[in-house]
Design a binder for this molecule. Structure first.
Ligand SMILES: C[S@@+](CC[C@H](N)C(=O)[O-])C[C@H]1O[C@@H](n2cnc3c(N)ncnc32)[C@H](O)[C@@H]1O
Length: 341
């Protein structure tokens, strides 16, 4: 949902909890902002990081929020901090700052790390909004992949997700085969080793991360036998580069801020055995909105002629084209009004 303007109070409530994500950001902010000009990209309803930065002694905080209702509420959230925080309504890619930021804070990390547009948005911030030696919070975001066997009993849509599905379809202009996450951590479904498929470092001493990229890697089946139905993709976040600071592994369940994306590859499941190798190709291509990526995944077992594939455009694909989407969204006419199940 983070890829679309679909946040509501329930979602913002889930960010404002004292979990692993909150603690890591608070610690990183407290250690970096004293006396500095700070930009907080995507400050959200509660301006959590902007408030933390002001309290930690930032000289000035520019807090940017693209959702107008959230920007309005963020203004109220910072009212007690005098004039040290300015809320700017709009997308960070469309605004300018009176003075460049020395610290850039953001939490636009997707369930697939780059899915909320972090590469395009933070590259743009680096070019236009920040000093050349800016400190980046977070420092590195990654996407990891592993093969899974999803039981049939897990192929159920949580009814609580339907209002968000409607909003995503409205934002995209039409229903489409949107990405699906597993409710709760999915680590117990793994049947293979895990591998990194994207690793994005935000650091002024390094070149900008590429908006379009292809990664190839290998997964090894590490259970006696299984039926491979798909992959899980999940994020890991290193909020600062400081040694000894734990990374947030979103599959581990220490925060409700993310959920693993399920990549359906085979409805019946491909039989695999311990030691089998799976060649995995993961591609990221910026969509025509120039911010949010489209993804393509291909998986091939050692002896197979053809790959199992998954294409997931940010918007604009057909609706009920995949077997999983037909199963989860039964109904006749495609259209948001026919979604009630
Ligand atoms: C995951 S929420 C994070 C909110 C808050 N910073 C936190 O970490 O709890 C992401 C927020 O960023 C906003 N957002 C995403 N991309 C943005 C952009 N390029 N410019 C401004 N706001 C953006 C969204 O509307 C949403 O409120």
């Amino acid at each position: 949902m983070g890829e679309y303007p679909a946040y509501d109070d329930a979602v913002y409530d889930s960010f404002d909890v004292r979990d692993e994500r909150f603690a890591a950001y608070q610690q990183a902010i407290a250690g970096s902002v004293a006396g500095k000009v700070v930009v907080d990209i995507g400050t959200g309803r509660d301006a959590l990081w902007a408030v933390a930065a002001a309290r930690a002694g930032a000289r000035h905080v520019y807090a940017v929020e693209r959702q107008p209702d959230a920007a309005d509420q963020a203004r109220r959230a910072v009212a007690g901090l005098g004039d040290r925080v300015t809320i700017i309504e709009g997308s960070s890619t469309a605004i300018g700052l009176p003075s460049p930021a020395q610290v850039c804070i953001s939490e636009i990390v997707g369930n697939i790390a780059s899915a909320e547009g972090a590469v395009a948005v933070l590259n743009d911030a680096r070019r236009r909004l920040c000093t050349t030696d800016c400190v980046w919070i977070p420092f590195r975001i990654q996407t990891w992949a592993a093969a899974v066997q999803l039981p049939d009993s897990a192929r159920v849509l949580d009814p609580a997700s339907l209002p968000y599905v409607e909003r995503v379809f409205a934002a995209a202009g039409a229903p489409f085969d949107l990405r699906l996450c597993l409710g709760g951590p999915g680590a117990s479904l793994r049947v293979s080793s895990a591998a990194v498929v994207e690793s994005l470092v935000f650091d002024h001493r390094r070149s900008l991360p590429d908006e379009n990229a292809v990664a190839t890697t290998r997964l090894t089946v590490d259970v006696a036998s299984a039926r491979l139905t798909g992959l899980l993709l999940w994020s890991r976040i290193a909020v600062t580069p400081a040694a000894g600071r734990p990374e947030i592994d979103t599959l581990a369940g220490g925060t409700r801020g993310w959920a693993p994306v399920y990549v359906p590859l085979s409805t019946d499941g491909l039989p695999v055995r311990h030691g089998d190798h799976l060649a995995l190709t993961f591609s990221r291509t910026t969509s025509d909105d120039r911010v949010h990526p489209d993804y393509h995944v291909a998986v091939r077992t050692g002896d197979a002629d053809e790959s199992l594939t998954w294409s997931s455009p940010h918007h604009g694909s057909g609706f009920r084209e995949s077997e999983l989407h037909r199963h989860l969204f039964p109904g006749g006419d495609a259209g948001p009004d026919s979604l009630a199940i």
